[in-house]
Design a binder for this molecule. Structure first.
Ligand code: CTP
Length: 432
């Protein structure tokens, strides 16, 4: 998915984990077969809490009925520039002014050409020209049209204005029978691009490395030593960084989660593999966030075959070897070479003493986090109380404290998606 950078002055101030909530999206639909996917887009956008106002070109109405979009969006569909009733009830300048984002999906070669020429010969092109909101285009057309030098020049011209963003097109089977680029990006990818267009791009140009999940240390081909980490926090951190414009690589232990859109995923099984992948990339990263719950030990020697009951015996004794401390290793390497990059962020999942509560409990969390910060030479440690059921490991919510050398920031409790942005807010503050 190709998503160009959002113009800074247009970036929205809303909740970064729900950037579309409460925002007005003008969805322009032009006349291509992919217009039928506009219905799904309206559903997804309203599901994100956006107010959707649909504008259809005359050609779009040959492919999908306005009633469909009107019903799904719960608002009248605007189609005509010169219709007296529509103009008094909706108003093309009001549509342009109210928009936080103008999304055009599908954007046909004709629509792109008219916009590139600065034309305003129907309602949609007029709104696109009159708005101060970012305009996000999801092109869809035949492969030969997409690769035509005139279309390429038009696209380049539009993106060059820095007011127009693009998502897609992808490659695949096209309705016209050809296979290749020209297929409109999938609705979920378009919605993700819309979210990004309204998110502050304060990590643009930054390379971010995130580790997530547990590691599984094999005993034999089917058994392993692991832990309860779900990987959700690390995946949320990777998604948040990508949404804020970073180039993100996510090194994931064995988890059944889908990688966030636009994130490069590297799957690993055990701690040593995770260490190899981290060490190969940390030198080029601006930030390393170690959210993975790395297994402290691995079995000494691994059986090549599945151990039988007989081999295991009535009492199994496993010899364990300590795993390398990945974060401490990067901290040491950075110190030895007097580097400042990457900024190092560790996690500390803790179960404070049974008796402690409130401030004393937080003080204990902070003290443990500071110990790790010093030992592993990192810049920030995110402390997490995992002793409460349903909070922390595996759950969707968490309570986090971001601990620096001198300062502590208690993040407002919330979902992992919200907390991930809270963590990045703190990281951005200390990034050189
Ligand atoms: N970590 C790591 N490599 C390890 C163990 C931990 O990189 N072998 C990282 C984790 O990803 C995390 C931080 O170090 O960011 C702290 O992990 P934690 O398990 O809390 O630290 P430990 O050093 O194992 O401390 P404890 O004595 O609390 O177990």
């Amino acid at each position: 998915m190709a998503v160009s950078e959002a113009p800074r002055e247009q970036a929205g101030p809303g909740e970064p984990w729900r950037p579309l909530a409460g925002r007005t999206v003008v969805l322009g639909v032009s006349g291509g077969i992919a217009a039928y996917k506009a219905a799904e887009l309206v559903r997804l956008l309203t599901g994100e809490g956006a107010r959707v106002r649909c504008v259809m070109t005359a050609a779009a109405r040959e492919f999908i009925g306005p009633l469909t979009l009107q019903t799904l969006s719960g608002a009248p569909v605007a189609t005509e520039l010169f219709d007296l009733t529509q103009e008094s009830e909706i108003g093309h300048i009001k549509l342009a002014d109210d928009a936080d984002l103008v999304l055009v999906a599908p954007a046909t070669a004709d629509l792109i050409a008219r916009m590139a020429a600065g034309m305003a010969d129907d309602l949609l092109t007029t709104v696109m020209l009159a708005t101060r909101a970012p305009v996000l285009l999801a092109p869809a057309m035949n492969v030969n049209m997409w690769s035509h030098p005139l279309v390429e020049a038009n696209v380049e011209r539009l993106v060059g204005t820095r007011r127009v963003l693009m998502v897609g097109p992808g490659a695949g089977f096209l309705a016209c029978g050809w296979v290749g680029p020209g297929r409109m990006a999938e609705p979920v990818a378009i919605v993700e691009a819309a979210r990004r267009a309204l998110t502050r791009q304060d990590l643009a140009g930054r390379k971010v490395l995130v580790t997530a999940g547990p590691t599984a240390e094999a005993i034999d081909p089917v058994r392993f030593i692991g832990n309860r980490s779900s990987g959700k926090m690390g995946f949320a951190l990777a998604a948040a960084a990508a949404a804020r414009g970073a180039e993100v690589t996510l090194i994931a232990g064995p988890v059944g989660l889908t990688a966030p859109l636009g994130v490069t995923r590297v799957d690993v099984e055990d701690a040593r593999a995770m260490q190899r992948e981290v060490m190969a990339r940390e030198g080029g990263a601006d930030v390393l966030v170690m959210a993975a719950a790395v297994a402290d030990y691995r079995a000494q020697g691994q059986a090549a075959h599945k151990l039988t009951k007989e081999e295991l015996g009535a009492e199994l004794r496993l010899e364990l070897t300590a795993n390398p401390d990945i974060l401490a290793g990067v901290g040491l390497a950075r110190a030895e070479r007097a580097r400042t990059r990457p900024l190092l962020v560790g996690f500390a999942a803790e179960t404070p003493s049974a008796g402690s509560a409130g401030d004393a409990r937080d003080a204990e969390l902070v003290a443990r986090a500071r110990g790790k910060l010093t030992r592993k030479r990192c810049d920030l440690v995110v402390a997490n109380d995992v002793s409460t059921q349903g909070v922390g490991f595996g759950g969707d919510e968490s309570r986090l404290l971001v601990v620096g050398k001198d300062a502590v920031e208690v993040l407002a409790p919330g979902t992992k998606a919200a907390l991930a942005h809270g963590v990045w807010d703190q990281i951005v503050k200390v990034l050189p």
